[in-house]
Structure formats: structure tokens, C-alpha cells
Design a binder for this molecule. Structure first.
Ligand SMILES: [Zn+2]
Ligand SMILES: [Zn+2]
Length: 137
């Protein structure tokens, strides 16, 4: 008897060219978790914060993608660079950002993900990409 394994239903990493098929991570493309932590002090004061946390916890399909651990680490390294530049540009820590500034940073992170995911890479040999310069947010 031949053993057939159907790979069509196995979760796939969303990074182009990645062949990993197991142990996928759920990744929020706008890095919402960062604001859940950074804005935690607003919990009792802001309804907006509470609904943001609820939306994060829903793991809505439009907010998340699957990534293998290696690519999950890679995209977060790219995010860290963008986040650091945003903090320098505003001269305040993340918890002091306005919602408007937070939303702009989230959309920058999401755009970075959308560009990155289509670049075909080999996990053992990630390309050195030049980052887009951080705009004035
Ligand atoms: Zn992530
Ligand atoms: Zn991958």
C-alpha cells in the first residue's frame, strides 16, 4: 500500500519561495501586539485602547498571515529598524505616540511586510535588503 500525504492543507509560510511546512507562527502584519503593550497604561482611560485589544485578540484573517519561525524572525528584524527610526523621529517612546502616529507606523510596517513577502528567498541565505528611508510620520 502506498502512503499518500496530502500537502495541500498543510499551512504554508507566506514568504515567497519558502518551503517550510510545519510549525507556522501567526503574524500580525501591522504588529498590533506592540501597541497592546505600549499603550497598556491607557486601559482604564481609553475605550479606543480596549477595542483595539479586542480586535487584536480576534486574530482576524485580514490582520494576520502565517510565517515559518525563520521568516517571522526576519520580518521582525526589519520592523525593529523601522520602529527605531520612528522613535528617533518623534523623540518620544512608543507609549507617548498618538493614535495617529501609531496608525501611521502600523501602516508602514504592513507595507514593509507586503513588499518583503514577495521577494523570493532561501531561509538559509536571506538577502540583505536596503530599507526604505523612514518618512516623516
Ligand atoms: Zn510577528
Ligand atoms: Zn518561511
Amino acid at each position: 500500500m502506498k502512503l499518500r500525504i496530502n500537502l495541500t492543507n498543510v499551512p504554508r509560510c507566506s514568504k515567497a519561495g519558502c518551503t517550510h511546512r510545519a510549525l507556522m507562527h501567526r503574524h500580525h502584519t501591522s504588529h498590533q501586539w506592540m501597541w497592546v503593550r505600549a499603550f497598556a497604561i491607557r486601559r482604564s482611560k481609553e475605550k479606543k485602547y480596549r477595542s483595539f485589544v479586542k480586535a487584536y485578540g480576534r486574530f482576524n484573517q485580514k490582520d494576520i498571515v502565517l510565517l515559518c519561525p525563520g521568516h517571522h524572525g526576519e520580518i521582525h528584524e526589519l520592523y525593529d529598524d523601522i520602529i527605531t527610526r520612528a522613535i528617533y523621529s518623534h523623540h518620544v517612546p512608543l507609549e507617548c505616540f498618538s493614535w495617529r502616529q501609531a496608525n501611521r507606523l502600523m501602516s508602514s510596517l504592513r507595507s514593509r511586510y507586503l513588499k518583503w513577502k514577495d521577494i523570493e528567498t532561501n531561509i538559509s541565505n536571506p538577502p540583505t535588503e536596503r530599507l526604505e528611508p523612514w518618512g516623516d510620520i
